[in-house]
Design a protein around this ligand. Structure first.
Ligand code: M6R
Length: 613
């Protein structure tokens, strides 16, 4: 949530900052702002998208080789010019951009009010800027860095901040706790951002700040320490992000590009892991911990949103093939519900971004309890990737659409490889079963291409029919129950149509009451072991005049005659069917949202990575 950028060097800061903010806009997009240092400090803030800020700044003087910027996802105070960042302290000494939540801001604000401070916004960030100014003004010996350290020592909550000080105009101070920050190291210049995408154009050398790190950056120096003032060893990482990954590549939207990329991204997830003769699955990142996993009492898989749906598929795969007990939990529940975790448990955290606050809190809890803690993550260098003991990168490439698509299929691909590898190691499946499954998995990209090629226009026509629905129901069984949940999430998050995902067998216990001739019921119904059961569920919907849109196996005559609309997919093994069946659901949500005039890539109220609770 919220994107931060900063620049200090020899170039004009404005074009670098505004471009960076556009790349980070997926993190929040209700208002934006920036501050430029050029003798005096000028702050520009605007409600709305970064483009509106750009237009506003361009109409004014905007020089400066030092600056910070922010794109906001509102937490404290509605989206407005006055609540947009940066926030300047009462006497104009400090200007701050902030990602995160200062949980004790109300108490700090009251204390500052008693000291005579007044406030112009409703944000927690303005409290922080005044708190820094307060400490700075207490003693002449206190410099800007010390004032920031003192203020942060009083703060409860999460922050990624970039700070400018009017009295020390040649530097930017940055610090993090819970919210990511990366610093790009250039030649006589430094770049600051919430993730590496705004930096990759300028340098591939970066430093990822760790929790409680604080850095003072001038154009010629970068000093890193801990907020408690202890020195920190500088670890320079290399970026291998391609700039080309950051554009729409000829598609109208990032989401559509990312849906169409899936056959390729699944191949990327396979790369170096699925041996060409399918004899072995290599998961190098798990090598050292594999014996522990093999002998674990239990595996607990944790995630949020789409990553939690992938986790559910992982549960089904691991229990069926590796015959190991698995539990799946929402990170936000796990972290607070006092779960019983033993040293012989393996906890797998799944996260596209690797920065989701609840998932990171769950990670810390599992570590504290002594479990083996693994990550399945898309972003190299993310907090999750750095703080887990071992793990597997999904290698889906940067995902910019807020609605997760290719990251989901990459997560499910990793989980499938993991389950099969573990099953083989535990000897719970035979070599023959294993070979069949691996071949089925390897065939997915080609079958995915076929779906994308043959179904897009048909799905568009179906979307036209159902775009005005108010409610919808998504049903599936077995491996396809989590796919139904994922389909419903896609529709609701980008089209704002109420969508419920349900296990088809549960329908008669409540949701069937919703069925009437206005309700589209999307049923994931390929020919698998549950086929007859799901056909009965479809009959139950039809008997109540519901409109059924079914995802069916190519050539399925029975369902084609029974349902209102159908989308055919190639036959596949049930264990890998989620990777195919989800594609039509992603496309359906995309086309409906587009027809309703919704902002597909940046749906209202959402942000790509949820770095606050
Ligand atoms: O980055 P993460 O995978 O941890 O994010 C988890 C959820 O916030 C995310 O999947 C969210 O539900 C997406 N908007 C779904 O499309």
């Amino acid at each position: 949530m919220c994107g931060i950028v900063g620049y200090i060097g020899k170039k004009e800061a404005f074009p670098i900052l505004i471009k960076g903010l556009k790349l980070l806009e997926y993190r929040g997009y209700d208002s934006a702002g920036l501050a430029l240092q050029n003798g005096s400090l000028v702050v520009y803030r605007k409600k709305g998208k970064v483009a509106e800020l750009e237009e506003f700044v361009l109409s004014q003087k905007h020089d400066g080789v030092i600056g910070i910027g922010h794109t906001r996802w509102a937490t404290h105070g509605e989206p407005s010019d006055k609540n947009a960042h940066p926030h300047t302290s009462m006497n104009g000494l400090f200007t701050i951009v902030h990602n995160g939540i200062i949980e004790n801001y109300a108490k700090l604000k009251d204390d500052l009010k008693e000291q005579g401070y007044t406030f112009k916004s409703e944000t927690d960030t303005e409290v922080l800027s005044n708190l820094v100014e307060y400490f700075y003004s207490q003693d002449e010996a206190i410099n800007a860095e010390m004032a920031v350290q003192l203020a942060l020592s009083k703060v409860v909550g999460a922050y990624g901040i970039a700070v400018l000080c009017q009295a020390e105009p040649d530097k930017i101070i940055v610090a993090r706790k819970g919210s990511p920050l990366v610093v790009g190291l250039g030649n006589g210049e430094y770049f600051i951002a919430s993730d590496a995408s705004p930096i990759v154009e300028f340098t591939n050398q970066v430093v990822y700040l760790n929790d409680e790190d604080i850095a003072v950056i001038t154009k010629d120096s970068f000093t890193l320490k801990n907020v408690q003032n202890t020195p920190v060893t500088l670890k320079i990482s290399h970026l291998n992000l391609e700039i080309g990954e950051l554009d729409k590549g000829g598609f109208d939207h990032f989401m559509l590009k990312e849906i169409f990329e899936q056959p390729k991204t699944i191949e990327e997830t396979f790369r170096g892991r699925l041996r060409p003769d399918y004899s072995e699955i290599v998961l190098g990142g798990l090598l050292n911990v594999f014996p522990k996993i093999q002998n674990a009492d239990r595996i607990i898989i944790i995630g949020c949103g789409t990553s939690w749906h992938a986790a559910l598929i992982g549960e089904y795969l691991l229990e069926e093939y590796a015959q190991i007990p698995v539990e799946v939990d929402y990170a936000s529940e796990f972290r607070y519900r006092k779960p019983v975790i033993g040293k012989n448990d393996v906890v797998i955290l799944i996260s596209q971004s690797g920065e989701t606050a609840d998932t990171l809190a769950a990670l810390h809890l599992a570590k504290e309890k002594g479990a083996t803690v693994l990550g399945i993550c898309n972003v190299v260098g993310s907090t999750l990737a750095r703080e887990t003991e071992a793990g597997v990168f999904t290698h889906a490439g940067i995902e910019i659409g807020v609605a997760s698509t290719k990251a989901f299929t990459a997560q499910v691909t990793v989980l499938t490889m993991f389950a099969l590898k573990l099953a083989r190691a535990r000897k719970t499946i035979t070599q023959e079963e294993y070979s069949v499954l691996v071949r089925e998995l390897a065939a997915i990209p080609e079958k995915g291409r076929q779906i994308l090629l043959q179904s897009n226009d048909k799905i568009k026509a179906i979307a036209e029919k159902y775009k005005d629905a108010i409610n919808s129901l998504y049903l599936g069984r077995g491996y396809l129950f989590p796919v139904a949940l994922e389909g419903a999430l896609k529709l609701k998050e980008i089209s704002y149509i109420h969508a419920e995902g349900y296990a088809a067998g549960e329908m008669k216990h409540g949701p069937i009451a919703l069925v009437d001739d206005n309700l589209p019921v999307i049923v994931v119904a390929p020919q698998d072991d549950y086929y007859e059961k799901i056909v009965s569920n479809i009959q139950e919907v039809k008997a109540r005049k519901g409109n059924v849109i079914a995802i069916v196996t190519e050539g399925d005559k029975t369902l084609k005659e029974m349902v209102n609309d159908f989308i055919e997919i190639p036959a596949s093994h049930p264990a890998v069917a989620p990777l195919l069946t989800v594609i039509p659901l992603q496309l359906l949500a995309y086309h409906i949202a587009l027809m309703k005039g919704c902002n597909v890539d940046q749906p209202r109220n959402l942000a790509k990575s949820v770095t606050v609770e």
